[in-house]
Each structure stands twice: as structure tokens, then as C-alpha cells.
Design a protein around this ligand. Structure first.
Ligand SMILES: [Zn+2]
Length: 498
């Protein structure tokens, strides 16, 4: 029999343990969103159609909604082969887009390698829109997201995708990204360059399942420790049935055989395929059982990571804070509950300067970055000061340019001379900050030098960045990466909405 003092201690300990184990008091785990996506692209090997159907049905049975990014030619092939059963199985999931013909030459980065911003977007639209229209006809929905074939990424795709009605970029490559988590770029949510939070179980049997689980666990634990986030899992349905990719056997290193010479790849032994399906089912069940893990599709991610800046009313205090920040460094920044890209700051300060009424809140008009690198105008001396009336006119022209072109200007004209977008923005910041002082309207404006740094998140061009086996040997695309650095004006982290 314990002493009364000991009894009190035991009772106390019991009470504490009851309180801490109570579900209402226990802290709920940080949410980890898992997006499972399938690049549904093989229109050569007929067995891959059955793999698509079986995966879609397994996931439906497990109550998991995945995102199938379908190639236009794959959708048309399913229709031609009379595979209504596959189309019906896929319709239970979310449909994305994965280009019109995927690996047929020239691939996207190849045909855009010399293109500029506007002409590149127009050319991508012209070549790729048919696949979207066919998916709409065959599946009855507009694809929610897009991701490039192989490493064929280019920033000009973003405005064209928007025009096609597609709202999100879902893929993996190393061209641009922020800290292995979702971000905004090109006015779109991107789940891209996820690296440490991109995972998958291999389909090789043996230790694949055990290793796949522990790889998932590592990414999951990392995100839980940092308060939640997103894990990206990628597959191709054809991997279950082929011994080699359908495009590698036909379009490797720039090869472009006519359709009647296309070869079908070797298939895997049936036992291997069966093991891959059963491992996959266990893998999905394992993920589903993790506390706080939730499978989400592309359109769910768009809601979870909605851009709060676009619906925010910016107060004069917030404008003043942005005006101070751009004089120091021009990059993305975190505000209270949302983020701003450098282009957002450019647009906001331009409109705030023109709105005059200091108390009226300013709304964000999102814009793309410039289309080419700044080059000083020929002739004359570089500007150091500007008259207030000239500056007022320049800001008005910038505002009108942004509205007319939906993007930032490449240069800002002050009479016959021009300044770069970053110098304009730093100067505008100092003018807005100094606007309250009595002499502000009278004195000449000192031009400031802006320091644009967001482009450090964009990869350098190299043959390694473009190491997709379908590209011609030695392919690389410096112009595409130059445009990407200009679009880094639109880069900012995506925040989970609370
Ligand atoms: Zn692909």
C-alpha cells in the first residue's frame, strides 16, 4: 500500500498523463500534403494503356485521387484504340497536360532555343494547344496543370499555358526553384525542383518497398519538423510494363523516324509487373496511414497555396515598407501571410505613386518580367538626376506599358535616355519614401542603383541542365535561361494558407 504522499503523486501523474494524451489537447501534427502524379505519355506500347487503367483503378479503390498528366497524342491514341475503359478509369482522377507529342522532334526546348518572350509563347501555344483541345474533347475537362516532357522547360510556356486555361506547373527539373518547396513563377504555382521532397518507390521488386518507405519517411519527417509542406511523387504508368522507355527506342539523341518505323520497346516479365503493382499498392497504403499526411491533386494545391497578394488591399504603411525594401535589394519578400515577387513590388509601387491619395488602398496588378536584358540607349551621357515632372511622366508610361503588355518594360524612358527596371524601382522606392518631406516635389530626383538578386534562384545554362536523352547530343539553351533569369522578377515562395 503506498503512503498518502505517494498516492497523491500517483494521482497527479495520472491526471497529467490523461490531460496530455487527450486528443483535444494533443497538438495536431503539421500537415504534409502528398501530390502523386503520373506522366501518361507512352502512345507506342499498347500494354501501357492497361497499366494506366490498372493504376487508376487501384487508386480509386484506395480512395486516393492522383493527377494524370496526359500527352495529347496519348489521349488521341486511347480514343483510336477504342479504350473507353481506360478513359473512364482516368476520369475518376485529375487530368493534367504533358505536351502534345512529348518526344517527337523538335521538342519544346529545341524549338524555343532562339525564341524571345512573346514569339516563344505564341509558338508554344500554336504547337501545343491541339493536345489541350483533344483532352477537353476526350475527357470532358480542361487540364488543371502542365509539366514539360523530359527537361524541355522554358519560361515562355507560362503565359501560353494560362491562355490554354491551365493554372499550375507540376513537374521536376533543376531550372528554377526555392528551397525544395512550392513557389510562384510566371504568375503560376509551381511544384518543381522539389529535390529532397521529391520521392518515389522504385519498381524493381526486392528491397524497393522497404527503401521507398524509408525515403518517404525522411522527406515526411523533414517537412513535419519545419511545420508542414508538400511532397511530390512522380511515376510513368509505362514503367510498370516496359523494359525501356517508349521514346528512348525511337527518338534518342534527336532521332526522328517516320511513324511507320516506330519500334515498340521490350516488355518486362509478367511476374515483375505484378510485383511492381502489389508493392505500389502497399506503398500508397503506407503513405495514407501516416498521421497528418494527405493526398492532394494539382487543383487542391492551387487552393492550399493560393496567392494572398492578389486579393490584398495594400495600406500606405505596407507601401512604405516595400518602398524601403527595394532600395536595399530587389527580390521576393515575405509580408504578413503572403509573399511578394520583385515584379509585384514593381507593379505596386508604380500604381501607388500614381494613386496620389495616400489613404486609398492599392491592389496588385500581377505582371510578367521583362522580355530582354537592359541595354543603355545610344548617345548622350548616363543620367544621374531627373526632374520630378519627367519622373512623373516615366511612371505613367510604365503603368500604361504594364497594362498594355501584361509585363514589365525592358527599359524606362526619361526623354531620349533610358534606365534599367531595377534602377527605376530603387529610385521609385526612394521617391515614395521621401514624398512626405516638404521639398520633395521641388528637388531634382537622384537616380538610385537597384540591386536585383532573385535571378540567383535560376540555374546557369549547361549541357548537364539539359541532359535529356531525347535532345541532340550536346544540346543546351543559353537564351532560354537568360529569359528565365528575367522572369525571376516573378519568383516568390508559395505559402500554405492557414
Ligand atoms: Zn514525360
Amino acid at each position: 500500500m503506498p503512503s498518502p504522499a505517494k498516492l497523491i503523486l500517483i494521482l497527479f501523474a495520472l491526471t497529467i498523463s490523461t490531460i496530455t494524451s487527450h486528443p483535444i489537447i494533443a497538438q495536431s501534427p503539421a500537415p504534409v500534403y502528398v501530390t502523386l502524379w503520373f506522366d501518361t505519355e507512352d502512345y507506342v506500347l499498347p500494354q501501357s494503356d492497361d497499366a494506366v487503367k490498372r493504376l487508376a483503378e487501384i487508386l480509386t479503390r484506395l480512395g486516393v485521387k492522383a493527377t494524370f498528366k496526359v500527352v495529347g497524342e496519348k489521349a488521341r491514341t486511347l480514343e483510336q484504340r477504342g479504350r473507353k475503359d481506360v478513359i473512364t478509369a482516368l476520369k475518376k482522377h485529375e487530368i493534367g497536360y504533358h505536351s502534345n507529342t512529348h518526344s517527337q522532334q523538335p521538342t519544346i526546348a529545341v524549338y524555343l532555343q532562339h525564341a524571345g518572350w512573346e514569339d516563344g509563347a505564341a509558338e508554344f501555344y500554336r504547337r501545343e494547344v491541339q493536345g489541350v483541345r483533344d483532352i477537353e474533347r476526350i475527357f470532358g475537362v480542361t487540364p488543371t496543370c502542365y509539366g514539360q516532357p523530359g527537361a524541355a522547360w522554358a519560361s515562355q510556356t507560362y503565359p501560353a499555358l494560362k491562355r490554354m486555361g491551365i493554372g499550375m506547373y507540376l513537374d521536376e527539373s533543376n531550372h528554377v526553384g526555392i528551397d525544395d518547396q512550392p513557389f510562384y513563377f510566371g504568375q503560376m504555382l509551381n511544384v518543381f525542383k522539389m529535390r529532397s521532397t521529391l520521392t518515389r518507390m522504385e519498381l524493381k521488386g526486392g528491397a524497393s518497398l522497404t527503401e521507398g518507405k524509408s525515403k518517404f519517411q525522411a522527406a515526411f519527417d523533414k517537412l513535419r519538423a519545419q511545420g508542414g509542406g508538400t511532397i511530390s511523387i512522380v511515376y510513368h504508368p509505362c514503367e510498370w510494363v516496359h523494359a525501356e522507355f517508349w521514346d528512348g527506342v525511337n527518338f534518342k539523341r534527336g532521332a526522328n523516324p517516320p511513324r511507320n518505323e516506330w519500334k515498340t520497346p521490350e516488355t518486362r516479365p509478367v511476374a515483375e509487373t505484378e510485383k511492381a503493382f502489389s508493392d505500389f499498392e502497399e506503398y500508397v497504403k503506407f503513405i495514407k496511414a501516416q498521421p497528418g499526411a494527405r493526398f492532394v491533386t494539382a487543383s487542391e494545391l492551387m487552393k492550399l497555396y493560393a496567392d494572398g497578394a492578389t486579393s490584398h488591399n495594400f495600406t500606405s504603411d505596407e507601401i512604405a515598407a516595400i518602398a524601403r525594401s527595394v532600395q536595399n535589394e530587389i527580390t521576393f519578400q515575405k509580408m504578413n501571410g503572403f509573399t511578394l515577387s520583385a515584379a509585384d513590388s514593381f507593379s505596386l509601387l508604380t500604381e501607388a505613386f500614381l494613386s496620389n491619395e495616400e489613404k486609398r488602398p492599392v491592389r496588385l496588378n500581377p505582371i510578367y518580367g521583362p522580355a530582354r536584358q537592359f541595354a543603355p540607349a545610344a548617345g548622350g551621357k548616363p543620367l544621374t538626376t531627373v526632374k520630378p515632372v519627367e519622373f512623373q511622366e516615366a511612371v505613367l508610361q510604365v503603368s500604361q506599358f504594364c497594362r498594355a503588355h501584361g509585363r514589365m518594360p525592358d527599359e524606362i524612358w526619361i526623354g531620349a535616355r533610358s534606365i534599367s527596371p531595377q534602377d527605376y524601382l530603387a529610385t521609385l522606392g526612394s521617391v515614395i519614401e521621401g514624398r512626405k518631406s516638404a521639398n520633395a516635389q521641388m528637388n531634382d530626383i537622384q537616380l538610385r542603383q537597384g540591386k536585383f538578386t532573385a535571378d540567383s534562384y535560376v540555374a546557369e545554362d549547361s549541357t548537364r541542365l539539359w541532359s535529356w536523352v531525347i535532345f541532340p547530343e550536346g544540346f543546351h539553351a543559353p537564351k532560354i535561361m537568360e529569359l528565365a533569369r528575367l522572369q525571376a522578377w516573378t519568383l516568390k515562395p508559395a505559402l500554405l494558407q492557414q
